[in-house]
Every structure is written in C-alpha cells, then in structure tokens.
Ligand binder design. Sequence first.
Ligand code: ASP
Length: 428
Amino acid sequence: MSLANKVLVALGLGLLVGLIINISGIGDMPWIKEYVIDGLFKVGGGLFVNALKMLIVPLVLFSLIPGILGIGDIRLLGKIGTKSFALYVATTAIAITTAITLAALSGIGTGLDIPLEEAFQGKEATKSFTEILIGIVPPNVIKAMANGDMLAIIFFSIFFGIALLIEIKDSPDVVKFIDQMNRVVMRMIDMVMIFAPYAVFCLVGKAVAELGIDIVIQISGYFMVIIFALLFHAFVTQMIILKAFTGLDIGLFLKKIRNAQTFAFSTSSSGATIPITLRTVQERLGVDKSVSAFSVPFGATINMDGTAMMQGVATVFIANLYGVDFGITEYVTIVVTAVLASIGTAAVPSVGLVMLTLVFSQVGLPIEAIGYILGIDRIVDMTRTAVNVTGDTVVTTIVAKSEDRIDIDVFNDPNAGDFEDVHVPNKA
Ligand code: ASP
C-alpha cells in the first residue's frame, strides 16, 4: 500500500476509534484517559508534530536560499512576492464572502436557546499590524529561528540569498553546501514520514475522543454550515480558480496534495505542515524552488482562507443567536477585519479563535459568546487548517505556472515524488 493510502486508512481508523471511545463513554474511565488518550495518543501524535516542527527552520532556510539563486533576478523576486500576496488576500476575501453568504442564507442561530456553559476569556489578540511589519526584520536572527517567526526567517533567507547571488562566483562551496543541506533535510522529511500513519491515528483518535458530541448536536446548524462552506471552498471555489488560471488537471492536483491536507487536518497547524506542503509542491507538483520555497512558508503564515471562513460563519451565528441585525456596513467590516486577522493569525492550533475576538469587538458582539462554539472548535480547526493549506498549494501553483516555473512532466506523472521507502544502511 502506498504511504498516502496508509495515512488515509489511519485517519479513518483514528476517527472510528475516537468515536467509539467518545460515544461509549469509556473515555471517562481513568486508565483509558491516562494511558490511552493522554498517554499513547498524546505521545504518538506529539512526537510526530515535534519532528515536523523541528524540520521547519532548516527546511525553509535551505530551500529558500537556493530558491533565490534559482530566480537569479531581484525584480522577478518582487514579482513573485507581489503576485503571491495579492492572490492570498484575494482568495481569503472570496472565502469569507462565501462563508458569510452561506451563513446568512441558512439563518443559523436564529431562535436558538442554548445555555452558555463556558464563557470565552478574551486573550490578548496577538500582534498589531505595525508590530507584524516591524517584526519582519529580526533584530536577532537566532531568536527569530528559535521562536519560529516565519516572516523574519523568510526575510533573513532572502537577504542571505541575494548577498550570495552577488558573491556567487567567489562562493561555490557555500552554494554547494546549501544545496546538499537541502537534500539532507528533504531526506529527513521522508524518514519522519515513515511514522506518519501511526501519528495520524493518534492525533485524530485523541481529537475525536475528546470532542463534546452533545455540543455538536446542540449547535449542529453552525457545525454543518461551517463544514459545508469549508469543503465548498476547498473543492469547488479553489479548484475553479486553479483551473481558470492554470488549466491543470484538478483531479491529479487533488490526489497529489492529499497528504498535505491530511497532515494539516491531523495536526491543526499549517505551520507544522510546512515540511509536507513544501515537499508536496516541489516534488509531487513540480513547482520550482524559486517560487515554492518562498510562497509556501509565506502562505502558511499569512494565508488562512479556512480561518477567515470560520470567523464569518461564527459571527453571523452569534449575531443571530443574540438577535442582532447586521447591515451591509457590518458585513463589510467582518470581511475586512477577518482578512486582516487571518494575515495576523499564527499558523498554530486554535489561534483563529483568539483572532475572532477582534472581529467580534469590531461589530459589537460580546467576546464571551465565543464560548458557544468553543466545544467543537477543535474539529472545525482541523478542517479549516486543511483548507488553509489547500489554499497555499493552489496559490503557489498558480504563481509558478504564470512564471513558467513548473515542470509539467512532473505534474502530470501520477507517481512523481511519491514518498520512498527509506533504507537506512547498517554500516556507514
Ligand atoms: N490552526 C489554523 C492553522 O494553523 C489557524 C486557526 O485557524 O486557528 O492554519
């Protein structure tokens, strides 16, 4: 069985086992909770997510620098950057508009009478826009890497790449070293992926076992609209956009990005998924490093279509629940705030909720009402993260195609870049 299929089977089994633990109530038995959910599942999933996160910084560094060398022209770099940014923002705006329209049409939340069990404690809504802007240039690059400040790491790598471009003739060893490091880190991803099926099983099993099924039933309207909106955006809207801009085979594209989607779903973090997304886009879709090494980590940081959609649907849902009527001004405010918020949302689990406080305060809804959707946010987070990552791959492919930086033969080869079996030699 191919690794992608094994991972899918693991996902299905994880869902099943999680549901059994949840519905049968055995999740409340102390030893199941301690040794299975908070033991085996937590350790199995946590180790894998950490291994992926461990590879992000070296991967971005050693992919982006050769990527810059591959572009070879600073103006072209500016063009790729501008195109990606514009597409990321435009697709997020389309996403949230779709979400609000669907939510408003369905009338979710109207006439519902449910108790607020757990009020949301308004946390400090991450960084302000000016802070994000200043933070792009890291005062201390080691600290930026330690903190995983993606925009700062991207900035440093581009700067380094440009300097190396100027010094390229006199620094052949540096260029060679970075290229070889890139191969080694890519190999490390393949090695981590051997454990992917077990990890996915643990991650999904834990999330579903801990899900409050009764809450899902209580706010099933919200749940169904958001999940439908997310699936619609990932499989219809984004695919239409991809087809319109590139003419590429959508079926093949979806098949090839399945791994990245599954990992985003299992880990709830587009940041932790960067190694898989980058590898998928480069080796499976044939996108040149010069585009992907920049566009993927950049997208993981600023592009959050799914998160913006959740914010749109949640806002309409809570407004209806409280009987607040929104006019066009409020809707436009939601779109603008959610697009900006999604740029500022860190690519880690659940931050979307914190950014939702920003949207709520803009349109005058009480922050503690986020408590209504808290109980099911984990499963919504998993789904919206998969949509966020799908968006990163779509925009990266469009930009690459428009700059003629995609290898169509690789794209059209169904087996290109499949994860290989890694055989570690016994003797050095
Ligand atoms: N978990 C999301 C991501 O990493 C962010 C969020 O919506 O909470 O893409």
